[in-house]
Design a protein around this ligand. Sequence first.
Ligand code: NDP
Length: 264
Amino acid sequence: MKKLFSIFGDPVSHSRSPLMHNSVFKNLNYDACYTRTHLIDGTKLKETFFTLGLSGANVTVPHKEAAFNACDEVRGFGKKVGVVNTLVNENGKLIGYNTDADGFIYAISEFKNIRNILIIGAGGTAKALATRFLQDSLNVSVLNRSEGRLKYFKDLGCQCFDWKDFTISNYDLVVNTTSAGLKDEELPAPKEMIESILVHTSFVADAIYGKLTPFLQLAKEKGIIYKDGVDMLLGQGVLANELFVNATLKKEDIKYYMQKSFEL
Ligand code: NDP
């Protein structure tokens, strides 16, 4: 029977996940289809997943923490971080995973000598990345618009700032994990702050993909090496697809056809 997969998010219309996963399914003759579901209320995730009869799903902004709570069981890194972006229906049970963090590590592998990282934003993606970076013994600072979400990062051992108390240091990499620039033209922090950050870093990355965000635009103007979230998207997508097909397809083939979908 044909399997059905979906991405859940709000907004979700921008998501490339359907194209990526369908490219793999179609080209590798895997009998499945991947769609998108606009979900406003994250507490309805589990109910919606099973009502749609899904075999698996991905979860994007702002429901990754709700996804963690919706799971019957969370495995691997997702369990450590409390954030889930991939769901698999295993005999009627909802099993959660996090493939974002390893997807991002794959994406920045071309940036060398990274020791000090500033993460802008303190949501689900920031949690996954901070936890993963600390696992590799990197120094992690976090800057967020508001103070509320910073406690988690303080407890992890990160240096934390909100916009009011930020003091500049030198960084090797600055990552925007906020949704500023996703559906608006905002910077992830006030312009003077971002400008001072950019003169103190070697590399810049944005989790947002498919557009040059105002943050990346500014980095480009300053001549800083930057990358958008496309490789992160690819990295997390390949790992998610492996879970969806339960490793019945080869990773190189999954990666090849996902990458191909970016040309569409
Ligand atoms: P969350 O909703 O969990 O967190 C959003 C964070 O952004 C919060 O810290 C929030 O701050 C901050 N924020 C939101 N709007 C603004 C703004 N206008 N200015 C400054 N800060 C802001 O989101 P996620 O972590 O799930 O996702 C974040 C982004 O990463 C999204 O754009 C998503 O598309 C992208 N992403 C891309 C992936 C890829 O594969 N390339 C994978 C995962 C995510 P506050 O606490 O003050 O509200």
